[in-house]
Design a protein. Structure first.
Length: 232
């Protein structure tokens, strides 16, 4: 479908559709396999199986059935966290500013909605917005109960991203900037009714060192810092 020129001297990335599935791959010799969004994969099913005891579910304080918070996922990427939350009953507005990553996620959501199971129901609760949340939300009014961000700085070292995805996506979108990440966090403090939740590598410094998290939820490789909205 599209050749995407990366940095000078880097291999081209190819966005293509095969057998009804949109994928992104590198043309470099020996490059890893293509990146696709597949919410029916074994890894995804394992995450969905964690239920309300999972790390992210506890971080955003999913309560009893029927009391699930609304979520603004401001940096949704390939949509895994958004799907986990939607699977648990949350309504998720998912923002992705890079159009190619957004196209991959949109394709995955369309295929998920075509199923006849709980994943289809979850996909229907995700509203994908392709655009920069910093330009689309001004923080003057609350947009969701929880504002979730997963910064690109420092570099992602997460089990959730397979190595091939990390390589290809970093070639596509590059590294995040500290200033942008802090701006997102400050926007979240204003745009959430309840909490700002920030996903971080386990040992990374806090994104807002001058703010005290209300709670911290630690896993093996990542943690979630939860701040009460309006705490500035």
């Amino acid at each position: 479908i599209l050749d995407i020129e990366t940095a000078r001297g880097s291999p081209t990335l190819l966005l293509e559709r095969r057998e009804g599935v949109l994928s992104l791959r590198s043309s470099a010799p020996g490059a890893p396999g293509a990146v696709v969004v597949d919410f029916s994969s074994g890894a995804m099913e394992k995450r969905l199986g964690q239920g309300r005891k999972g790390l992210i579910a506890r971080a955003i304080a999913i309560g009893k059935r029927g009391e699930e918070p609304s979520v603004c996922d401001a940096t949704c990427g390939l949509g895994r966290d958004a799907m986990v939350l939607a699977f648990l009953g949350c309504t998720v507005t998912a923002y992705e500013r890079h159009p190619v990553v957004g196209a991959l996620l949109g394709d995955g959501l369309l295929r998920a909605r075509a199923r006849d199971d709980a994943i289809a129901e979850a996909a229907a609760r995700i509203n994908l917005v392709i655009g920069d949340v910093l330009k689309l939300i001004d923080g003057s009014t609350a947009v969701a109960d929880v504002f979730l961000i997963d910064p690109m700085f420092p570099e992602r070292h997460k089990k959730a991203l397979a190595r091939k995805e990390a390589q290809i996506l970093q070639a596509l979108v590059g590294k995040g900037e500290v200033g942008e990440d802090e701006a997102l966090a400050r926007l979240g403090l204003e745009a959430a009714r309840r909490w700002l939740v920030v996903k971080r590598p386990l040992h990374a410094p806090a994104l807002l060192p001058e703010e005290e998290p209300e709670a911290v939820f630690r896993g093996r490789s990542v943690r979630y810092d939860r701040y009460r909205a309006g705490s500035r």
